[in-house]
Design a protein around this ligand. Structure first.
Ligand SMILES: [Zn+2]
Length: 334
């Protein structure tokens, strides 16, 4: 690994934390995973992150001074400027000074951003968004999120809450969302909502799938829809409509050139998700952008937040631009 520009990326998930040594082209050279012990509090998790950074440096025969930076992607609102995780409900964190804590141990620049922002940054720099000025990365999973890179900068918003794509209202006074409000997109097209509705609407779903109710997943619903089950198909069509509304709102408001879709639901068959979503946007977005915006699936997939975190040091608002070459290799999902 000598001669390369190396960074440490940390993707702090609600259940798993990934730590990687990543080069400037976004290639993951080493990776470790650990369980997130969310119930043990922020100090325990941060100590564990520090130990694992030490371990991965040792594994790569690297010293601290061999890495340019450490970047963290976190599952919640992050104040990148001050290095603070403002609110991460899945971790039960509020106002955790994560950068300061890690800086006590590692004498390298340390950055933090919301994981969705880190993912968008990765797509913009080394993923499907290479060469574009404005890119959005939409994650369709258990929850629904979005990160945006506008004019070459991560868009955090004044209160660092930009990109709460899953909490735009698609039905007035509609289904109750995990956020406590009603009618959010996530309450109709998030993974939990899809499975809940499938159990309600598809007669004999457990017998059809020969599965215990607790084991039914989104992919089962898409399989049934693909096999022609009418209620499953109605449900996957409604997901297209709700996500489509969300995408049209996003496109009309932000004028992004490209939206890449990732997350578990993005693995659905193209004819049931991506293709009809593209049609929805073509027919309903503001006319001058409808034909020009590109919608595709991510090339970095679940590694996007890890890679983007490692490359946060290149974000103009995080640090002076230190671009070394222009990434030309498109990393693939592993
Ligand atoms: Zn909500």
């Amino acid at each position: 690994m000598s001669g390369q520009i190396l960074n440490i990326g940390v993707d702090v998930g609600g259940t798993i934390i990934k730590i990687g040594v990543i080069d400037d082209n976004g290639r993951i050279l080493l990776q470790e995973k650990m369980r997130t012990e969310a119930d043990r509090g922020s100090d325990v998790i941060i100590s564990s992150i520090i130990q694992n950074i030490d371990a991965i440096l040792a594994k790569g025969s690297l010293r601290q001074e061999d890495v340019t930076s450490i970047g963290l992607g976190v599952p919640g609102t992050a104040d990148s400027e001050n290095g603070v995780v403002v609110y991460a409900p899945n971790l039960f964190w509020r106002n955790v000074e994560i950068v300061k804590s890690i800086q006590r141990v590692f004498d390298v620049p340390i950055y933090v951003a919301q994981d969705t922002c880190a993912a968008a940054w990765a797509e913009y720099l080394v993923g499907v968004g290479q060469g574009r000025r404005s890119v959005a990365s939409v994650t369709l999973g258990t929850g629904i999120g979005c990160g945006m890179v506008l004019e070459g900068r991560i868009f955090h918003g004044a209160l660092n809450t930009a990109g709460e794509f899953g909490h735009q209202i698609v039905e007035l006074d509609g289904n109750l969302c995990n956020c406590g409000r009603r009618g959010c997109l996530e309450a109709y097209a998030g993974g939990l909502a899809i499975v809940r509705e499938a159990k309600k609407r598809i007669p004999g779903i457990h017998e059809l799938l020969r599965k215990n109710p607790s084991k039914v997943g989104v992919h089962d619903v898409y399989r049934l829809a693909q096999e022609g089950n009418p209620q499953a198909r109605e449900l996957t069509d409604s997901v297209v409509n709700y996500v489509g509304i969300g995408l049209v709102n996003l496109i009309n408001l932000s004028s992004v050139e490209l939206i890449c879709i990732s997350g578990g639901i993005s693995n659905a068959p193209s004819e049931l998700l991506l293709d009809p979503l593209i049609d929805f946007v073509r027919n309903r977005a503001y006319e001058s952008i409808a034909d020009r915006v590109e919608i595709c699936t991510s090339s970095l997939c679940e590694n996007a937040p890890l890679i983007g975190a490692a490359l946060l040091y290149q974000e103009p608002d995080c640090a002076p631009v230190v671009r070394v070459g222009s990434p030309s290799v498109l990393p693939q999902c592993s």
